[in-house]
Design a protein around this ligand. Structure first.
Ligand code: SF4
Ligand code: SF4
Length: 399
């Protein structure tokens, strides 16, 4: 098999935020320092080497770029200040742009002015679209889903979700094919028998349950000697944003489900203890707290991982934060004794921004939410021993 060197790879990754890696002389100190390196997943030196020699396929099929949580320890230890931690972050941005079939992710990362203009135009489009179809504003009580009809939000949401699922799936298929080829994993290896299915299920649990939802490696290895109080630790802030986002998606889906089965109409005011509302409130609080800390940390450049911020990072954080804060403003408006007119306009703005956030998810850093678990799935699979089957003659004799 021949490998073609991509001579532009090194410069391309620099455009995604990596520092000048020509300073790297491949000493391996960064790999020795990284708390997440294991025998079957070594980085970042090997990833840097791929970029230096133009091994694009090897880089994009590396499960290891998704193992890094950008703690910055390797950058602290690098004798030439080549900033390997930032290289890993840039490699992930590059991977997201490469897996994306539409090319939008590349534009969002590499052309900040165009990316910002797209984000603003999308929010304006959703707002104008809903404004054009708006209904009456009831002055007695806040009838939000008469102002912006629930059917309109539902139909718009379905279109947005269809685009997101298609774009996300296309990216996941591209990533899976590369990694499966690299790791030598076939469909038969994954689903060929009961033992294979059990191994695949265990790897999926480690990637999704333990590592992504539970943040085990981030918490226990990356943050082994914490200097910050719990409420400021990076793993927790990261987890709160993730849990908050998932919680809000679940609350929205459940609220819609309750309407479908006839329990309550969407938007009907319910007490604070009502389970779906409680879930939405707790998830919203997690999202607002986590995104606020992330924004403040980036403004203060509080640690190695946030010393550099791409415009796309700010766009994403702004969308997350605005979605969370406007959600709470609507809660407040709904439970005020007299219905405030501003509640209607905040609602329109909130729905427009939330729709945009979901629509842009596959093309921004939020795509980590699916690419990281997929990369970690291949890490877990590589660690799980392959099932050993008895030779056919032995099985026949036994029978
Ligand atoms: S990035 Fe720095 S620590 Fe890592 S191999 Fe290169 S020179 Fe050594
Ligand atoms: S930033 Fe942290 S997790 Fe990432 S490669 Fe460096 S030491 Fe490892």
């Amino acid at each position: 098999m021949t490998t073609t060197a991509d001579l532009g790879l090194y410069g391309d990754i620099q455009r995604f935020g990596a520092t000048d890696m020509s300073a790297c002389f491949s000493c391996g100190t960064c790999t020795a320092t990284c708390p997440l390196v294991t025998d079957d997943a070594t980085f970042p030196r090997r990833m840097i080497r791929y970029a230096q020699v133009g091994m694009k396929d090897a880089l994009l099929s590396s499960k290891e770029i998704w193992s890094c949580y950008h703690c910055g320890e390797c950058s602290e230890s690098c004798p030439t200040e080549a900033d390997p931690g930032e290289f890993m972050a840039a490699a992930r941005r590059y991977a997201i742009a490469s897996y994306d079939v539409t090319g939008l992710a590349r534009v969002m990362y590499l052309f900040p002015a165009v990316g910002t203009a797209i984000a603003l135009a999308l929010a304006a489009f959703f707002a104008v679209f809903m404004f054009a179809a708006r209904g009456p504003q009831d002055a007695a009580s806040l009838a939000l889903f008469e102002f912006i009809p629930a059917e309109l939000i539902h139909d718009l949401g379905l279109v947005v979700m269809a685009i997101v699922v298609l774009a996300g799936l296309a990216g996941m298929v591209r990533m899976t094919r590369r990694m499966a080829r690299r790791e030598g994993v076939s469909l038969g290896d994954a689903f060929g028998g009961r033992a294979e299915i059990a191994r695949t299920a265990r790897a999926a649990w480690v990637a999704i349950g333990r590592e992504s939802l539970g943040q085990v490696s981030f918490r226990e290895d990356c943050d082994a000697e914490p200097t910050e109080p719990l409420w400021r630790r990076r793993w927790l802030i990261h987890a709160l944003v993730l849990w908050g986002f998932l919680g809000l998606l679940a609350a929205t889906a459940l609220d819609y489900g309750l309407e479908v089965i006839g329990v309550k109409a969407t938007g009907t005011p319910v007490p604070i203890w009502y389970p779906v509302r409680l879930l939405g409130t707790v998830a919203g609080a997690a999202l607002v707290y986590g995104s606020t800390v992330m924004i403040l940390d980036r403004l203060r450049r509080a640690n190695r991982s946030v010393r550099k911020s791409a415009t796309a990072d700010w766009t994403l954080l702004a969308l997350v934060w605005v979605t969370g804060v406007t959600g709470f403003a609507i809660e407040l408006a709904l439970y005020l004794p007299s219905a405030p007119v501003w509640g209607y306009w905040v609602f329109l703005f909130h729905v427009a921004v939330a729709m945009e956030l979901v629509l842009l998810a596959p093309f921004m850093k939020l795509a980590h939410a699916v690419y990281r678990p997929l990369g970690l799935f291949f890490v877990a699979l590589a660690r799980a021993p392959r099932p050993v089957h008895a030779p056919a003659e032995a099985r026949t004799a036994d029978a």
